[in-house]
Design a protein around this ligand. Structure first.
Ligand code: GLU
Length: 317
């Protein structure tokens, strides 16, 4: 059974989370973000929550969840709460939290959307994410009984502004720039935006640190928090590791995944040294360092990004 937290937890440091999706193997980019989340929290006595974001049951695999635990532990990144270790705010797998998402959905002003894929493909898209800007086509239309329909939120007008701990001030007019977005897909999958807001709220997360590819989602999440009466955590969107063409690093670029490195016998301290070197936390010449050695003196504001070159990545293979 899921339940809303009772607010009984008394603690000093901040609560943050690492929220991987078990839809692929963790790669160096995921590892760098996980390392930063962990260092940011551990350096201030914070608690690390590991939440498995398997909301998309069509793409999530139990085998990949097990790999996440092994890969993070191998890197020296630990967590205080999670599906494997339990905790006061469980369950920690999104696939087990559907009742909470349904309860939140019931409190939001939403409507059924039966737009076809072809109709959606014809719409303008936003930024680099390729997500459609939805003009409210299905507002006020009734879906035929039994017709599969996505559920969209009727987004309230107005601008959302927040100060990112890394990127500074960010603003977005969600109703115009994104439109009414999906809360539940037609196949029954809970949308990331709703699930993450419900979970960050229920798990009393104070600080979110994640990849800059999710920056565009944050204003949507803040609007949902307001509508659901949830507090807004602080946000830090950290740079992604980029491949040679300037796009997000991918396997095609020769980026090894963590399991492959682990199974090939590469030392985790070597991987941490490369990741920390790319953030200016250690000198580029350092060959090995343990994650725990980076905790003392870590400061998010002191990150200096140095590009990770393909040559460095090749050294890891
Ligand atoms: N589950 C998301 C991912 O793996 C991260 C979500 C978040 O940090 O808000 O990209």
């Amino acid at each position: 059974m899921c339940s809303w937290p009772k607010g009984q937890v008394v603690q000093a440091g901040p609560r943050g989370r690492h929220a991987p999706s078990p839809t692929g193997r963790l790669h160096l980019g995921n590892a760098r973000t996980a390392l930063l989340t962990w260092l940011d929290l551990r350096s201030r006595g914070g608690r690390v929550v590991l939440r498995i974001e398997d909301n998309d049951f069509t793409r999530s695999r139990a085998e990949l969840e097990q790999r996440i635990y092994r890969d993070l532990a191998w890197l020296g990144i630990d967590w205080d709460e999670g599906p494997d270790v339990g905790g006061a705010f469980g369950p920690y797998r999104q696939s087990e939290r559907g009742e909470l998402y349904a309860a939140a959905l019931a409190r939001l002003d939403s409507y059924a959307c039966t737009c076809s894929r072809a109709q959606l493909r014809a719409l303008p898209t936003m930024g680099a994410t390729g997500e459609v800007v939805y003009p409210g086509t299905c507002r006020g239309r009734a879906a035929a009984p039994g017709q599969a329909a996505a559920i969209r939120w009727r987004v309230p007008p107005g601008e959302v502004a927040f100060v990112d701990r890394v990127l500074g001030p960010v603003r977005q007019r969600v109703a115009e720039e994104v439109g009414d977005f999906v809360l539940r897909r037609a196949d029954g999958v809970w949308a990331y935006q709703l699930a993450v807001v419900v979970d960050d709220g229920a798990m009393q997360i104070d600080e979110v640190l994640r990849g800059a590819d999710l920056l565009d989602s944050t204003p949507r999440q803040i609007l949902l928090q307001r509508a659901l009466g949830l507090p807004t955590p602080t946000y830090a969107h950290v740079p992604l590791i980029l491949g040679p063409g300037g796009a997000k690093l991918s396997k095609r670029d020769g980026a090894p995944d963590l399991s492959a490195l682990r199974e090939a016998g590469v030392a985790p301290e070597r991987v941490i040294a490369v990741l920390a070197g790319s953030l200016g936390l250690v000198g580029p010449e350092l060959r090995a360092v343990a994650a725990r050695e980076l905790v003392a003196g870590f400061a998010l504001g002191a990150l200096r990004e140095r590009p990770l070159t393909l040559e460095t990545l090749t050294l890891l293979r």
